[in-house]
Design a protein around this ligand. Structure first.
Ligand SMILES: Nc1ncnc2c1ncn2[C@@H]1O[C@H](COP(=O)(O)OP(=O)(O)O)[C@@H](O)[C@H]1O
Ligand SMILES: [Mg+2]
Length: 305
């Protein structure tokens, strides 16, 4: 193996850029808030202690003890292009401000599976957790992101033919169970586009599971307002955009609208020497199609992989 070292790219928060990135995520306010609150409870004892002091000053609560010793796992799942990766990478900044403590974010590399040699995936998962545990000193707060976790987390039942993936999953579960025993202030965010294939053992351990969907009618106006910021779109213009988007066979993703459609519109405006705004955007929306929805896998498909 030519490269054994795993780079988890530690990032200390708060950072101005992440804070802006977090604020610029639209349409998923509830998910943002829920993630922020949950991380605060997991990583900051005073959040939990203050609450307990206020509401249960004299009682020892079973559920609280369970939370303290439970697995600090959060799952983000759902459609591509809806902000899962962006949210996981930026939430640490508002979190650090909220709990008034620095938070370090680590991410397992996309090649966590390694070269596919026997035992490699397990070793690399263990190694990642070990690095975080070493770096994260007592009383420091950390988040470990495992993005695109579809393969590692795939249900053991659906994975008979893939011994490597199964041992990887077993290792991941073992490492997750160890976090509290090691008394680390670490939360793990596992991200997947295909929650249907995740192993029940992982789902069961997740204290929070946030499901991301493409924007519905109610969120579209927010998205368009965001894209058109600075151009003062009128209410009828926003309505027209929403109607154009709603006329497609299935919904656009957030990134279809915020990245792709917005960028094509800007190019068109520059090339045609016209103003950027609702009009150009609406023409582009009529023209382009939403990215295909994630295909729901069947067990047969999984085993064919
Ligand atoms: N809810 C959203 N609000 C604003 N921008 C978004 C949103 N979702 C996605 N985007 C944009 O699309 C990009 C890709 O999204 P990403 O976080 O990678 O999606 P996912 O991980 O769910 O596939 C983001 O970096 C961001 O620029
Ligand atoms: Mg992603």
């Amino acid at each position: 193996m030519e490269n054994n070292t795993i780079n988890l790219n530690p990032q200390k928060h708060p950072q101005k850029r992440s804070e802006e990135g977090f604020n610029n995520l639209v349409g998923i306010e509830e998910l943002k808030e829920k993630l922020l609150q949950t991380l605060a409870i997991l990583l900051d004892d005073s959040t939990l202690n203050n609450w307990q002091q206020k509401h249960h000053p004299k009682q020892k609560l079973f559920v609280v003890e369970r939370l303290k010793s439970g697995v600090p796992l959060i799952i983000l799942s759902g459609e591509v292009g809806c902000g899962k990766t962006a949210l996981a990478h930026t939430v640490a900044s508002p979190l650090a401000k909220k709990i008034k403590k620095e938070v370090t974010v680590y991410e397992t590399p996309s090649n966590i599976r390694g070269g596919g040699m026997v035992g490699e995936i397990s070793n690399r998962i263990s190694e990642s957790f070990k690095i975080v545990a070493q770096e994260l000193e007592e009383a420091q707060q950390g988040i470990l992101i495992i993005d695109e976790a579809d393969d590692i987390g795939t249900s053991r039942a659906q994975n008979q033919a893939h011994h490597e993936d199964r041992t990887g999953l077993n290792t991941l579960i073992k490492e997750l169970d160890q976090i509290r025993l090691n008394r680390k202030k670490l939360a793990v965010i596992l991200i997947t586009n295909r929650v249907e294939v995740l192993d029940p053992a992982l789902l069961r351990r997740a204290g929070l599971h946030l499901k991301f969907e493409r924007p519905k009618k109610g969120q579209l106006a927010d998205v368009f307002e965001h894209v058109l910021k600075g151009t003062n779109p009128t209410a009828p213009e926003l309505k027209e955009l929403t109607t154009t988007a709603a006329n497609k066979s299935h919904s656009f993703s957030y990134s279809d609208l915020i990245q792709r459609a917005a960028e094509i519109s800007l190019y068109n405006a520059i090339q045609n020497d016209q103003a950027f705004g609702a009009k150009v955007l609406n023409e582009v929306l009529k023209d382009i199609d939403p990215t295909p929805l994630i295909e729901k896998p069947t067990i047969e498909n999984m085993n064919k992989k």
